[in-house]
Design a binder for this molecule. Structure first.
Ligand SMILES: NC(=O)c1ccc[n+]([C@@H]2O[C@H](COP(=O)([O-])OP(=O)(O)OC[C@H]3O[C@@H](n4cnc5c(N)ncnc54)[C@H](O)[C@@H]3O)[C@@H](O)[C@H]2O)c1
Ligand SMILES: [Zn+2]
Ligand SMILES: [Zn+2]
Length: 345
């Protein structure tokens, strides 16, 4: 089969790899129907995630059809259409029992990280019963690719960790697909004001159509000054960091109101300064987290009932064989006006 293979920072190729096979009775092999590229893949390509080694097939998102299941898989059979969760979970270990699938002792975020991923014609999914979700008949499968990672990530690591409440003023720093997912799902809780901050005017305009009440382009204006102006000098109740660079986390530290929550989502490759000298007395909570994807079934229902329209996040479509071009487009998102790119097998 063909797959997108990582060969060290800055190096990747679309090349021939052996088809995956069932190695444990709990595995499934899934034929990819649609996959995509995540901001995390860009961090991997920059060398920010050093556990990813030369030869790894990237990708941790997608929908597909079951090709084969191991003898102890009971929820799925050949031909079933499934959402592949970015998090693999056994459902049985101590962390899984606590709902912390991201820290499953036998899984967690391993796809396209510690084991081969979904940017390929086929993928092996360990613990298939707990790591795949059935796709309801008649669904728009393309939109459901957003449920593999970005929607639960924005919701769990941003909105739930950030404790967004009715009437709150919140800021989302980073209007990439993950920031947009936080923007869409924050509105379950009716915050009063949603300030979205990015450097890309196109993404900011899209954020407005998704419900942002204020837009700040931090490349052309001082985001800290602007947020303080908008909030009468108080700052925001929740600051969601959805970029993964020191500058944006430090901005969250600067704009947070007393009693506020800073919810980090971004994958960071560099250390960030913690300004405890200004934060210590202000009753601030800082949360971090890898997505658990425990909210995926609930989010699927909100998508099925059209409470959130995920399709609007998709800006580009390619054949899987054009994935190198798709990476270029996603990397150059501002120029290409790109959000989520869909790759079809
Ligand atoms: N915690 C998790 O479980 C988890 C899961 C998925 C993704 N992530 C991370 O979430 C982050 C966002 O993912 P994405 O797919 O939306 O990525 P993305 O690269 O598409 O989006 C990042 C956005 O940040 C903006 N940006 C860059 N530098 C900025 C700056 N200095 N100030 C303001 N905005 C700036 C960019 O213009 C872009 O719109 C990434 O760090 C990704 O690795 C984390
Ligand atoms: Zn991801
Ligand atoms: Zn487990």
């Amino acid at each position: 089969m063909k797959a997108l293979v990582y060969h060290g920072p800055g190096k990747k190729s679309w090349e021939e790899k052996p088809n995956p096979v069932i190695t444990e009775t709990t595995d499934a092999v899934v034929k990819i129907l649609k996959t995509t590229i995540c901001g995390t893949d860009l961090h991997i390509m920059k060398g920010d995630v050093p556990e990813v080694t030369d030869g790894r097939i990237l990708g941790h998102e997608g929908v597909g059809v079951i090709e084969e299941v191991g003898s102890s898989v009971s929820n799925f059979k050949k031909g079933d259409h499934v959402i592949i969760s970015c998090i693999t979970s056994c459902g049985k270990c101590e962390f899984c029992k606590k709902g912390m699938y991201s820290h499953c002792e036998r899984g967690g975020w391993i796809l396209g990280h510690m084991i081969d991923g979904t940017q390929a014609e086929y993928v092996r999914i360990p613990y298939a019963d707990n790591s795949l979700y059935p796709i309801p008949v008649g669904s728009d499968e393309e939109a459901l690719v957003m449920l593999s990672d970005i929607l639960p990530t924005g919701f769990e690591c941003g909105v739930l960790n950030g404790q967004v409440k009715p009437g709150d003023t919140i800021a989302i720093v980073g209007a990439g697909p993950v920031g947009m997912a936080a923007l869409l799902t924050a509105q379950f809780y009716t915050p009063a004001e949603i300030i979205v901050i990015d450097q890309d005017d196109n993404r900011l305009e899209v954020a407005k159509t998704f419900g942002a009440t204020h837009l700040i382009n931090s490349a052309s204006e001082n985001a800290l000054t602007k947020v303080m102006e908008l909030t009468g000098g108080k700052g925001v109740d929740t600051a969601i960091e959805a970029v993964g660079v020191p500058a944006t986390f430090e901005l969250c530290e600067a704009i947070i109101a007393a009693g506020g929550h800073i919810a980090n989502i971004g994958v960071h490759g560099k250390s960030v300064e913690l300004h405890l000298e200004t934060l210590w007395s202000r009753n601030i909570t800082i949360t971090t987290g890898l997505v658990d994807t425990v909210t995926t079934p609930m989010l699927l229902k909100t998508v099925q009932s059209k409470r959130i329209e995920l399709k609007k996040l998709i800006t580009h479509r390619f054949k899987l064989g054009q994935i190198l071009q798709a990476y270029d487009t996603f990397e150059d998102a501002a120029k290409e006006k790109a959000l989520k790119v869909i790759l079809e097998n």
